[in-house]
Design a protein around this ligand. Structure first.
Ligand SMILES: C[S@@+](CC[C@H](N)C(=O)[O-])C[C@H]1O[C@@H](n2cnc3c(N)ncnc32)[C@H](O)[C@@H]1O
Length: 289
């Protein structure tokens, strides 16, 4: 074989190698397989998702409930989501206040490591298992007495345009539309909540006044609001603060249930405490942008 022919043969092999490499290797962002799409969906029935919304990496162990298997140690970076395929209930264990605590985690449910009110690590049920959106808070509805007081403090009326960020079953906006004729836009990432909200609006005959959108609230334009209602955790209110400052017109009222907007101490203009039917006390904070 002469030298020239050898060189052509080597070049052909290199070219075939490069083409094969490009065909096989795809970056994760380009992967459009059903499995890749699945990760943007809510948690599937045969998996548990665990998200770290704290400001520190979290170390924990997982083991099937009631088994003698040695628990597996895991590490979760800040903001990361771990998807655990399982049909079994798992036990999660981690250090809290210098001692080990453990909880059961159920398949089909999303969970989040958050700080509790004493700034200690804890695990809570989450709103979704998506990796492309913040988990602002799990669904916990505001009791009717608290909804009424929030709307009263914000002086809702027929000219108000109320945005409920993380609207749950839509009760705040449906109540405002029924009582005051206010218009409203509810945003929730959970399709089940949006369905409930639309059904509630229909039942109350206010579907012309309120709209509900299945969206990530951190990415929704809220600039048309005259009132914003929030029943989210403090760290979520803090995360949303730059967006509220950027998009809301001066004079917009922001009314929060139970959780303050950290960094807005100078914007707080009123507050109230309301007892619900079960005798539980709720705080309401009113801010002016
Ligand atoms: C505590 S509930 C509040 C429900 C309602 N605003 C109320 O006061 O009755 C919080 C809601 O935020 C939703 N949520 C969580 N993360 C979200 C996100 N990134 N975008 C939109 N909604 C989100 C949850 O699905 C849940 O319904």
């Amino acid at each position: 074989m002469n030298r020239k022919f050898k060189l052509i043969l080597i070049a052909a092999f290199v070219l075939i190698g490069v083409v094969a490499f490009l065909l096989v290797i795809r970056t994760p962002g380009e992967d459009a397989s059903p499995q890749a799409e699945q990760k943007f969906l809510r948690v599937g029935p045969k998996e548990i998702t665990i998200r770290n919304v704290t400001k520190d990496p979290v170390t924990y162990t997982l083991a099937p409930v009631g088994s003698n298997i040695k628990p597996i140690e895991k590490h979760l970076a800040v903001g990361a989501v771990e998807r655990v395929p399982t049909t079994q209930t798992l036990v999660v264990a981690y250090q809290k206040n210098g001692r080990e605590v453990s909880y059961s985690l159920y398949p089909g449910k999303p969970y989040s490591f958050r700080y509790d009110s004493s700034d200690q690590l804890d695990i809570w049920i989450g709103a979704h298992g998506r990796e492309d959106a913040e988990d602002l808070a799990p669904f916990v509805p505001t009791p009717p007495e608290v909804v009424n007081k929030m709307l009263e403090l914000a002086k809702a009326d027929k000219d108000s345009v109320i945005y409920d960020i993380g609207c749950g079953d839509g009760r705040i906006l449906v109540t405002a539309a029924k009582k005051y004729g206010s218009r409203g836009v509810g945003i929730d990432i959970d399709p089940v909540r949006i369905k409930e909200s639309k059904a509630n609006a229909r039942e109350s005959g206010v579907e012309k006044l309120v709209k509900f959108r299945e969206e990530d609230a951190t990415k929704t334009d809220i600039s048309l609001a005259t009132i914003v209602t929030l029943y989210l955790l403090s760290e979520s209110n803090e995360l949303l603060r730059p967006k509220l400052e950027r998009e809301l017109k001066p004079g917009t009222l922001i009314v929060t249930h139970n959780y303050i907007v950290p960094g807005w101490e100078d914007k707080e203009i009123d507050s109230a405490t309301v007892m619900d039917k079960e005798g539980k006390s709720h705080s309401i904070f009113l801010y002016k942008r």
